[in-house]
Design a protein around this ligand. Structure first.
Ligand code: MSP
Length: 566
């Protein structure tokens, strides 16, 4: 049981004083021109883990993911499949929702740009920009990348040999009457913001890229597309001009704000972190912040752009058709469980600036080393020993110290836990969810080393002859279990189901509010959080005398020779 605090509210937690800190995490909203794949699942799992860490910190979190439904390529797909746009996007959005449910994603909202609220507000923002003179009518001649629904500048198009830098599809030269956003006006303000807030674009390598491109100078960008004769209006019309549709990228970016621009939710703005891959960083690090500046809204805390999952050195994407698709993902989840896949994605994925190859052998290696032989083995070993030597009751810990001169006496888990806590918090500041999660495994390793040094199984054999040793044995096992509890807290955002299973058998679940996945439930959480939960022997420590069952093995070892599932 988690030791209680005094002076508590109905839920057993300190009554909150003052408003609770909020946190708003977003993923990109995905195009519904095809089925979800590992890239989408990765960004979403990473953001989900980040959101769960935020909840653990006692923050009221709003976590948004969803779909971007008005792109030309979505319309083309609907036609190809002989379906209306709406029917097509409904079917595709459902596939994304199913995929995310399979991965245990706990978003607060699955937001879709065909939502009327979004369309109305996006149009209102554009009207505001027009009224300010920041959106104006002009002529546009440019290189259009139809595969990405994006115009490229002359320089970028030329460097890419007039082919899409992403898919290699030939670019088209197009001239259009267009509305433009006065991006150039915000160059100075953006440069200033990036200089003052080094953590605005993360990781640092990506920030340098943005700064470099920014120095080349900003041109105004088109924000509309003229409707072709007879074309159905699928999207958002320009305010006061039904001959133009708002360019899908501009409208899509607005989703982050439209989703919370309503009573009860606006407190979540500005977003704490926009998560995405490097392909769409420019939109998030430059165009969107400039739009927000023009709208007089606050800028997000950070724009975090991870690298790509690749296969054989090539980016995986729908256009290239070389991705780890939904069937593969389903097979891994079926064979190893969603948490094991989440852990692999989060810790081995391209969270920094380098791409990661998705490889089955790497998956098995990580699974065995860190899960089966790591947290899984350590918890079952310690659980078994407590069961066997102490009748399944958390032993007394002798003031949390071993007597001087005994093996392990020099180990100071309280300090180690505090150091781990500092590392986790620092990693979270950098939005480095992988590093934060890995601190959990580092604690497991400490326990492994401690067991090797103190050899409780040998000590147990001597207890009958020397009853005085029982206290030492209890202290050792208490140390192990308590540090593993802390490790499980750190690992829980990546592996919520498995860690909840452990808490159930160890009878030590943190209050539901800490692990809740909706803002409404999380609102019950106290301001106390991760910081307190990670104190060794602190207010939430395992309580001597509490029953603890061994439980099932969390992760069965896998045969390294086993082939990829599916
Ligand atoms: N609809 C736009 C985003 C609008 S956000 C206002 C879009 N959609 S997308 O379906 O193409 O998704 C792109 C995102 O999917 C990437 O930024 C990344 O989050 C994820 N990934 C797609 N392929 C990926 C990899 N191969 N590796 C990692 N993530 C990738 O762009």
């Amino acid at each position: 049981m988690w030791a209680g605090c005094v002076g508590l509210g109905v839920w057993g937690w300190p009554l909150r004083l003052g408003p609770m800190a909020t946190s708003y995490i977003t993923t990109p909203i995905y195009y519904v021109n095809d089925r979800p794949h590992i890239g989408h699942c990765y960004s979403t799992a990473l953001a989900d883990t980040m959101a769960r860490f935020e909840r653990l910190r006692g923050r009221e979190v709003f976590f948004l993911t969803g779909t971007d439904e008005h792109a030309d390529k979505v319309i083309a797909k609907a036609r190809e499949n002989g379906m209306s746009e709406q029917a097509w996007v409904d079917a595709c959005a459902a596939q994304f929702q199913d995929a995310f449910a399979m991965l245990g994603i706990g978003h607060d909202v699955f937001y879709r740009t065909s939502d009327e609220h979004h369309k109305r507000l996006a149009q209102r923002y554009i009207a505001e920009l027009m009224a300010k003179g920041d959106v104006y009518l002009g002529d546009y001649v440019g290189w259009y990348d139809a595969s990405q629904d994006e115009y490229l500048t002359e320089t970028v198009a030329k460097d890419a040999g007039y082919k899409s830098p992403v898919t290699g599809v030939a670019l088209e030269k197009r001239t259009e009457k267009n509305y433009f956003f006065r991006l150039s006006k915000y160059q100075g303000a953006l440069e200033k913001h990036l200089a003052e807030r080094p953590g605005f674009v993360l990781p640092a390598e990506r920030r340098n890229e943005v700064l470099g491109r920014l120095r080349q100078g900003l041109l105004d960008v088109p924000v509309s597309r003229a409707l072709r004769a007879g074309e159905s209006v699928w999207g958002v019309l320009m305010p006061g001009d039904s001959a133009h549709r708002v360019y899908v990228w501009i409208e899509a970016l607005c989703n982050y704000l439209t989703a919370v621009d309503m009573p009860g939710r606006i407190k979540f703005w500005p977003a704490t972190t926009h998560v995405m891959a490097k392909d769409i960083l420019w939109f998030h690090a430059v165009i969107w912040p400039a739009m927000l500046l023009a709208l007089g809204r606050e800028l997000p805390g950070a724009v975090y752009a991870h690298a790509y999952w690749v296969r054989d050195g090539k980016k995986m994407s729908k256009s290239l058709g070389n991705f780890v698709d939904l069937d593969v993902i389903r097979a891994y989840v079926g064979r190893f469980g969603a948490d094991a896949l989440r852990y692999y994605l989060v810790t081995q994925g391209p969270s920094g600036s380098t791409d990661s190859d998705f490889s089955h052998s790497k998956f098995i290696e990580t699974y065995n080393a860190e899960l089966a032989n790591g947290i899984g083995n350590a918890t079952s070993r310690v659980g078994n020993m407590i069961d066997k030597y102490f009748g399944g009751v958390v032993p007394a810990h002798n003031g949390l110290r071993l007597e001087a001169g005994t093996p392990g006496a020099e180990t100071d888990f309280a300090t180690a836990a505090l150091a781990a806590r500092e590392s986790v918090l620092a990693a979270l500041e950098r939005r480095d969810v992988a590093a934060a999660t890995q601190q959990g495994i580092a604690l497991v390793r400490l326990v492994d080393g401690y067991i090797n040094a103190t050899e409780p199984f040998k000590l147990a054999k001597r207890v009958e002859a020397e009853p005085a040793l029982r206290a030492r044995l209890g202290t050792i096992l208490y140390h192990c279990a308590e540090l593993l509890r802390i490790a499980s807290v750190v690992l829980s955002p990546a592996m919520p189901v498995k860690m909840a299973q452990l808490w159930q058998t160890w009878n030590c679940a943190p209050p539901a509010a800490f692990t809740a996945t909706t803002a409404a439930t999380a609102a019950m959480a106290a301001s106390a959080g991760l910081e307190e939960l990670m104190v060794f022997g602190g207010a939430h420590a395992l309580v001597p005398g509490t029953g603890l069952t061994k439980g099932e093995v969390l992760f069965m070892r896998a045969d390294p020779a086993e082939g990829a599932p599916g």
